[in-house]
Design a protein around this ligand. Structure first.
Ligand code: CP3
Length: 342
């Protein structure tokens, strides 16, 4: 028996008050985050400096007492560890070298060398597992292979993931080789995070909703199954949260086919439907609209209580449907916690 409420919810327990944390809870909406990021130099310097990455992970825990801390890092560190060039231009988002042909793919490194690049991240996890309050659960994470592939193929964020869809239709063999390489690297990366002290891991498939339906099984479900099978071989008891964002009706097949202990849902899913269709299968995490963290006040309180109530009959972790945005007001997080915790 544990007193960590996140672990209890992921074990299937229905709690009177759902535990709560927020996607991107360490981020630009917090002045102390902006100060530490400034001190680090750039965003990637922050990710690769364990003491500072641990510091920004802890900031929202100190300020709000969330039930979980999520490791501060980024899903695009895995492509970098595989040999892609990566930079974050101020105000422009990520830029990477592209993988659009068998020749481009051949320039990537194999999985064996990834820990050389990623070892500072494991050090961040080790620091956090010592410094977090005993009731706070430490969540590690990685991008799911499809979502990571969309950035590696396009070399940047795209509104419609067009370059990745084009490669999948036009050169399925190269696309699958890339997907399989990321799958293998991601399994190794998450296992190393758990070895270092992560108590839960989350797979972010942010662009699962952009994938043509017939590819969902091979490109979203299968890689998640493989990653979790590899984790289970080493760490049979570590809970996994899956987030196939935008999957629509695919959420149910994902929850049935993949050995997850938690399913994060985006804002498009009706909480009542999630309670009927998804909560009997697994713990549901979500799904307040991040816009309400900008607006605050009664609309925030009303909607938070509605979600809490709708999902109160089964295991639930309260969260947003996507990351908190830089224009959110830090005081609105206090309003949210009061509405959820009473
Ligand atoms: O607090 C946390 O949630 C933990 C840290 C975390 C970050 N990114 C830090 C970050 C996590 C879990 C991520 C995941 C991530 N990164 C995803 C999946 C989740 C999602 O939002 O859909 C994706 C797609 C990325 C890739 C990425 N990282 C992009 C497209 C960008 C630029 C857009 C932006 O918001 O600026 C980032 C940068 C990034 N990752 C920031 C943070 C706090 C902002 C960088 C800054 O400080 O300027």
């Amino acid at each position: 028996m544990t007193d960590k409420t996140i672990l209890r919810a992921l074990a299937g327990e229905t709690l009177p008050t759902p535990p709560v944390w927020l996607m991107r809870q360490a981020g630009r909406y917090l002045p102390e985050y902006r100060a530490t990021r400034e001190k680090a130099g750039g965003f990637l310097d922050l990710c690769y400096t364990p003491e500072l990455a641990a510091e920004v992970t802890l900031q929202p825990i100190r300020r709000y007492g969330f039930d979980a801390a999520i490791l501060f890092a980024d899903i695009l560190l895995v492509p970098q560890a595989l040999g892609a060039d990566l930079a974050f231009e101020a105000g422009e988002g990520p830029r990477l070298s592209t993988v659009q042909s068998a020749e481009d793919f051949a320039r990537l490194r194999g999985v064996d060398g990834i820990h050389d690049t990623l070892s500072p991240i494991y050090e961040t996890v080790r620091i956090l597992s010592k410094e977090l309050p005993r009731e706070t659960t430490l969540i590690g994470f990685a991008g799911a292979p499809w979502t990571v592939a969309t950035y590696m193929i396009a070399g940047r964020g795209t509104p419609d993931q067009g370059p990745a869809r084009r490669l999948a239709y036009g050169d399925w063999e190269t696309f699958l080789r890339l997907l399989d390489l990321i799958t293998e690297a991601t399994a190794e990366y998450l296992i190393a995070q758990i070895d270092a002290g992560a108590e839960v891991v989350k797979l972010f498939d942010s662009w699962a909703g952009a994938l043509p339906g017939p590819m969902f099984e091979r490109v979203v479900i299968q890689p998640a199954q493989r990653i979790i099978a590899a984790i289970r071989a080493r760490h049979p008891d570590t809970p996994v949260i899956g987030f196939p964002r935008g999957a629509g009706v695919g959420y149910k097949s994902y929850a049935q086919a993949v050995d997850i202990q938690g399913l994060a849902i985006d804002t498009s899913v009706q909480p009542q439907i999630a309670a009927q269709e998804l909560q009997p299968l697994t713990c549901v995490q979500g799904n307040l609209d991040p816009m309400l963290m900008v607006l605050g006040g009664d609309p925030l309180r009303r909607e938070a209580r509605r979600i809490k109530e709708a999902l109160s009959g089964g295991p639930h972790i309260f969260n947003l449907g996507h990351g908190i945005t830089p224009d959110a007001d830090p005081a609105h997080v206090d309003q949210l916690l009061e509405a959820v915790r009473g």
